[in-house]
Write a protein that binds this ligand. Structure first.
Ligand code: GLC
Length: 583
């Protein structure tokens, strides 16, 4: 009886695979980015080579061997261009240079050359939506209504404060009897319109007032931005992560974004960004940009900062069926929000959707970045944080998509939120304290060693304080501990790079009705089963799979190393198991 049930389960497994549309990704000729393991590096916080307390490019170069040791093959470097650093580089004053506090163009070229020697790809951050207000384009634009760059930004006369339809929100911002033309908001709080006395006009800024939005309806803007992109492609970068890409265009009629009721943490009305985000025109720019990068050799890649509420909503960013826009729009949903829980069934549904709904596009998943509380804190329960982080790492690196991680995540670096307003560096926190304490917590210096400043800098005055847990949570200590989170990351990433089934194999889910266990097979000549227990209780794995031989490739707990069966094995609480087998 038991035997028959097993056969049935195995048959179901075989018929389900095509039904789920789980297609095999072919082999070694596919572009490098389809298999990438991307490490996001925040240059200010990674490694300080000159003792000024701020990280820099030479610091990154000096740690490229650590990138290789982790197993990552791509680094995404957040903006290192000249900038007043109001938004720590996301306010660019010059798109074709390096900020002196991070080094020089020569340092940059050396970093790229050293990365190439180690087969590490370099992806830059490109901020197309806005510039710094100190960018010469904006300085000229703000000078007068007739300057050469007058129309490079989004300018408006505003409306009379007593005009019909003006909202209470608009009335908070009166200048010369005028208020902003609509209710559009800055993502960092308050109106998105700033008064410029020089032009007696408002300019639009989706983010800080020091980050004026470019006017993408002006072809000169695209020409200049594409020129900057070519500048870096010519220097050998492998692609770009496109910042705030969804907000390039705004409604020409300047219609109010509809209110959704209630207020946000900044105290402003909740809006549905119907007229200030995701306008269809952005896709024309993406297609032209894709053509531009495709004209370069070496499969240059476009990665998008695409916060979307569903998997399906990512499809247009790939360019739909044509797949002619971004190769890798980020899937931020599991990592960053919209009710995500540490829940096997939720992740199963999400991963299954990503296999079938992307029109053949490669999913890219991330759990950590420089804008959000670290995942170890979001998904931790205070007691089993490392165990849970190990489960999520298995989920991230053993699935078919591109995996992205963030400096410090492989160590289990935690979020260190400033305790006092006077210590905050991120203006989001300064402006909105204490409702929103800003993003400093996830940007603290990298923890390399148990020595002074965690080996990040020789200078005790680091730009943000080193997190207090650095004496145990650091690279040097974790390399010595076979059970550390870092060793777990290294094991998983090495498997992903070397094991053909994990690298290329299609993904077939098993034990699909189990509420606590998430499991799938990566198909191949020697298939691999990946199984994770998301609960705090032991759970029996029911795959219905029979195997002639099995071989554990990775086990988050030694208790699993000797497990002898693909079916009926008990997974300890919060554990992950990766096992190859022959049928
Ligand atoms: C993106 C960046 C964030 C920045 C914002 C404005 O969301 O990730 O750090 O503040 O864009 O450029």
């Amino acid at each position: 009886m038991r035997h028959a049930a097993r056969r049935l389960a195995a048959a179901t497994f075989l018929t389900l695979a095509p039904a789920l549309g789980l297609t095999a990704e072919a082999s070694s000729i596919s572009p490098w980015w389809k298999h990438a393991v991307v490490l996001e590096v925040y240059p200010r916080s990674y490694a300080d080579s000159n003792g000024d307390g701020v990280g820099d490019l030479n610091g990154i170069t000096s740690h490229l061997d650590d990138v290789v040791s982790l197993g990552a093959d791509t680094i995404w470097i957040t903006p290192m261009y000249p900038s007043p650093q109001v938004d720590f580089g996301y306010d660019i004053a010059d798109y074709q240079a390096v900020d002196p506090q991070y080094g020089s163009l020569a340092d940059f070229d050396r970093m790229v050359a050293e990365a190439k020697k180690r087969h590490v790809h370099v992806v830059l951050d490109m901020v197309m939506n806005h510039t710094s207000d100190k960018n010469p384009w904006f300085v000229d634009s703000a000078r007068s209504r007739t300057s050469a760059h007058a129309d490079w930004y989004v300018w408006n006369d505003g409306v009379d404060v007593n005009a019909p339809g003006v909202t209470a929100f608009q009335k908070r911002y009166v200048h010369d009897g005028k208020v902003p033309p609509n209710n559009w908001q800055s993502m960092f709080g308050g109106t998105a319109w700033e008064w410029a006395p020089s032009r007696k006009q408002f300019y639009y800024h989706r983010f800080y007032p020091q980050q004026p939005d470019l006017n993408w309806r002006n072809p000169a803007v695209e020409k200049a931005m594409f020129g900057a992109i070519r500048f870096w492609l010519d220097r050998g970068v492998d692609g770009f992560r496109l910042d705030a890409i969804s907000t390039l265009f705004e409604d020409t009629k300047l219609r109010n974004d509809p209110e959704r009721g209630g207020t946000n943490p900044h105290g402003d009305p909740n809006l549905h960004y119907a007229y200030s985000d995701k306008l269809p025109e952005v896709h024309d720019v993406m297609r032209r940009l894709r053509k531009l990068v495709d004209a370069y050799p070496g499969d240059r890649v476009l990665i998008g900062e695409t916060y979307e509420p569903t998997t399906e909503a990512l499809v247009p960013w790939y360019g739909g069926k044509a797949q002619d826009e971004l190769q890798l729009p980020m899937d931020m949903l599991p990592g960053f929000g919209w009710g995500t829980k540490f829940d096997a069934a939720w992740f199963r549904k999400h991963l299954e959707d990503a296999q079938v709904q992307l029109e053949g596009g490669t999913p890219l998943m991330a759990f950590d970045n420089h804008d959000n509380e670290r995942s170890i804190d979001r998904y931790g329960d205070g007691k089993h944080d490392i165990d849970r982080a190990k489960v999520l790492a298995a989920l991230l690196f053993m699935n078919r998509g591109v995996a992205m991680t963030y400096y410090g995540a492989p160590l289990g670096m935690t979020t260190s939120v400033p305790a006092r307003k006077e210590d905050v560096r991120d203006p989001v926190g300064i402006a909105n304290w204490p409702n929103d304490k800003g993003r400093d917590g996830e940007r603290t210096p990298m923890q390399w060693t148990a020595g002074p400043q965690a080996g990040f800098s020789t200078n005790p005055a680091t730009w943000l304080p080193v997190a207090t847990n650095y004496s145990t949570v650091n690279v040097a200590s974790e390399l010595k501990d076979p059970q550390s989170l870092l060793q777990w990351y290294r094991t998983l990433i090495a498997l992903r790079q070397d094991n053909p089934a994990i690298r290329d194999g299609r993904m077939v889910f098993v034990d699909r009705t189990n509420p606590d266990v998430l499991a799938w097979v990566r198909e191949g000549e020697v298939p691999v089963l990946v199984a994770m227990n998301f609960s705090d209780k032991p759970r029996v794995l029911k795959t219905g799979l029979e195997a002639k031989t099995i071989h554990t490739l990775a086990a988050s707990t030694p208790a699993l190393s000797g497990a002898a069966s693909l079916d009926g094995t008990t997974l300890p609480p919060f554990s992950a198991w990766v096992v190859s087998f022959t049928r």
